[in-house]
Design a protein around this ligand. Sequence first.
Ligand code: ATP
Length: 306
Amino acid sequence: MNTGKENEFAVETRGLSKIYGGKAAVRDLNLRVGEGQIYGFIGRNGAGKSTTLKMISGLASPTRGEVRLFGKPISDPAVRRRLGVLVEAAGLYPNMTARQNVVMKARCMGLADEKSVDRVLELTGLTDTGKKQAKHFSMGMKQRLGVALALLGNPDLLILDEPINGLDPEGIKELRQLVLGLQEEGKTILLSSHILGELSKIATNYGIIKDGQLMEQITRGELEEKCQDYFQVEVADVRRALPLIQESFPGIQAEVSDTRIIRIYGTMEGADLNRKLAENQVPVYASGFHHMDLEEYFLERMGEEV
Ligand code: ATP
């Protein structure tokens, strides 16, 4: 069916930049989040994640560039109503219960019905917290309450900055289930993190930011393809070794990853390869099977030592 919305993204930034005191915190960012995605926004501390998410949420104004949500500029009030945000401390009232916190925010938003309060408490698993005050909540519960507040008004797009930060394993699990449940409801979720392993359990898409610039946008499928097992061989002479490997093992795919290193994808016996190279007087310094996991891939892309 042609809905005329094929080119519409839940979030699209065009040349988005933010300069603080002459230094670019975010530079020329063209980020695209499709509807229904769980988009993991990854970068080291100070890479520019929070600044980007604040601009996307309308909490900071870009120095240059623009933000569009569902095809419309962020300045459009109708589109802002489709957005729920948890980017800074959730602003909980510590002496109030979960319900009181939600009711307070609902009133501020002009949402009079109890139903929306019940709904967000239920979605975030906070219905049965009774008289317990927010100050006695675990980090995980506080984070879920923050999400509950962001969910008031039933937004289509949820932006969460570092929601996993500071959570214990149980809290992380709860948040993961919550995010997956929200996606099932048809919501789009854009969340940042530097805890890569956790993010990889839920994200359908990734954006990698480094020094304020978007290094790469990649789908989960593309990432899994790039993280295949491979056999790595370190040789004295890559120029001699590479054609020899390609000729001897036609079913495989070989690529040079460093001046001395060749990575081989596909099925073959490591011992056969080593023997072949030795027979042809190509010294082998080291070899072995290797599995690149998501974390390693991201660290490589972010320019860290692996
Ligand atoms: P973190 O996870 O540590 O928050 P981040 O990826 O979210 O990192 P940002 O907080 O967006 O990064 O910061 C990006 C850069 O912009 C940093 O160098 C930071 O010092 C700078 N910066 C952020 N906010 C301001 C501000 N209000 N004034 C001046 N510089 C700022």
